[in-house]
Write a protein that binds this ligand. Structure first.
Ligand SMILES: Nc1ncnc2c1ncn2[C@@H]1O[C@H](COP(=O)(O)OP(=O)(O)OP(=O)(O)O)[C@@H](O)[C@H]1O
Ligand SMILES: [Mg+2]
Length: 366
């Protein structure tokens, strides 16, 4: 991975719209062939960042390099970039085939080769039969698929995709997720992707970049973001979690003893997040917790009453009242031989190395 060259480098990039700060001194590097997904709340700056890389807005500060060449103010047409944006801006006065042909013509691809490439691109999105239609004669989802075909057809150096699968039904979305990953692997393009769908981000990406208020909150592999969130915001934003406010009452080597009001004492290996002060928020993922049999040993055990049971196929989700302000979430594989029912008194357990703590002050900031 380290041998691949740097495709994109962004340093100190800022963009304001009047008083609104859309990007706030963003630094980002992507290596050639990487698939990087931006996640984050609405308004956190994801689209603005993509537009800056595409050359569709003028940053107020900072610089962008593509393939080692400075491109901050290079016009969009000189950047060898394929794009699929939120509002899939196809040319309405052109047919589907003419739309897909456009990036090929810009790159002076001969007519015969264009025909083959257009046919293959339409087959990828399963829309061979609409080649001669005008784009305003297509549904929103179909237009989005044509926009995908147009973004990939010329094998550009970077593909920018802003929620390209947002308006599609699940089956088509699954198919196109697979197709995008296949094309990415086959053609070796660098892909900068935006989605609101966390599962999509987790399965498709080499790395995820979590944005918050125009800044990068955390960047890393999907596993790093999911299991080692560095801030309370990251822990709270991604996936489901148990976040319980409490205090540190003891510390020995790397193991903290916490007092969680209503719940009692739990232990946690302090992990990678430095905390200041004794007010903390304790973090665990629901799947790191399990319902124990009497003989099972765990570093942390708490008794509680099952408030809700949701069986969603392979996974069963439990909400267990353990005396704290909110119920503990526990996710486990559905097991009919050890079926837990609403009202049961159970013991929930977890190891001391699956949790983490964040400074209580972060909670106010988040
Ligand atoms: N053309 C514009 N004029 C004024 N403000 C804008 C403009 N475009 C974006 N903004 C503001 O900049 C901030 C970042 O917007 P951006 O579109 O990048 O967010 P986003 O992360 O893509 O959100 P979403 O998930 O809703 O698409 C927001 O506060 C938004 O209101
Ligand atoms: Mg957006």
């Amino acid at each position: 991975m380290n041998e691949r060259k740097n495709k994109l480098a962004i340093r100190g990039l800022s963009k304001r719209y009047g008083a609104a700060v859309a990007l706030d001194h963003v630094n980002l590097d992507m290596i050639d062939g990487e698939f990087l997904t931006m996640l984050g709340p609405s308004g956190s700056g994801k689209t603005t960042l993509l537009w800056s890389v595409a050359g569709l807005n003028n940053p107020d500060e900072g610089k962008i390099w593509i393939d080692g060449q400075e491109a901050t103010h290079r016009p969009a047409c000189g950047r060898d970039i394929g794009m699929v944006f939120q509002n899939y801006a196809l040319f309405p006065h052109m047919t589907v085939a003419q739309n897909i042909s456009f990036p090929l013509e810009m790159r002076k691809v001969p007519a015969m080769d264009r025909k083959t490439a257009i046919r293959q691109a339409l087959a990828m999105v399963k829309l061979e039969h609409v080649a001669e239609r005008y784009c305003n004669q297509l549904s929103g989802g179909q237009q989005q698929r044509i926009a995908l075909a147009r973004a990939f057809v010329a094998n550009p150096s970077i593909v920018l995709m802003d929620e390209p699968l947002g308006a599609l039904d699940k089956k088509l979305r699954d198919h196109l997720q697979f197709e995008i990953k296949r094309l990415h692997a086959e053609l070796g393009m660098t892909v900068l992707y935006v989605t609101h769908d966390q599962e999509e981000a987790m399965v498709m990406s080499d790395r995820i970049c979590l944005m918050n208020r125009g800044q990068i909150e955390q960047i890393g592999t999907p596993q790093e973001l999911y299991f080692q969130p560095k801030t309370l915001f990251a822990a709270d934003f991604l996936g489901e979690s148990n976040l319980i406010a409490g205090t540190i009452v003891g510390e020995e080597n790397d193991c903290l003893t916490l007092e969680l009001p209503g719940i009692g004492t739990v232990r946690v290996r302090s992990g990678n997040t430095p905390v200041s002060g004794s007010d903390i928020v304790h973090f665990t993922r629901p799947e790191s917790l399990s319902v124990l049999l009497d003989a099972d040993l765990r570093d942390n055990r708490v008794r509680g009453q099952v408030k809700e049971v949701f069986v969603s196929g392979a996974i069963t989700k439990l909400f267990v009242d353990v005396g704290g302000a909110s119920a503990l979430r526990v996710s486990q594989l559905t097991d009919y031989s050890r079926c837990v029912r609403k009202g049961d008194i159970v013991t929930i357990g977890w190891a001391d190395n699956v949790g983490n703590v964040f400074s209580g002050k972060q909670r106010e900031a988040a």
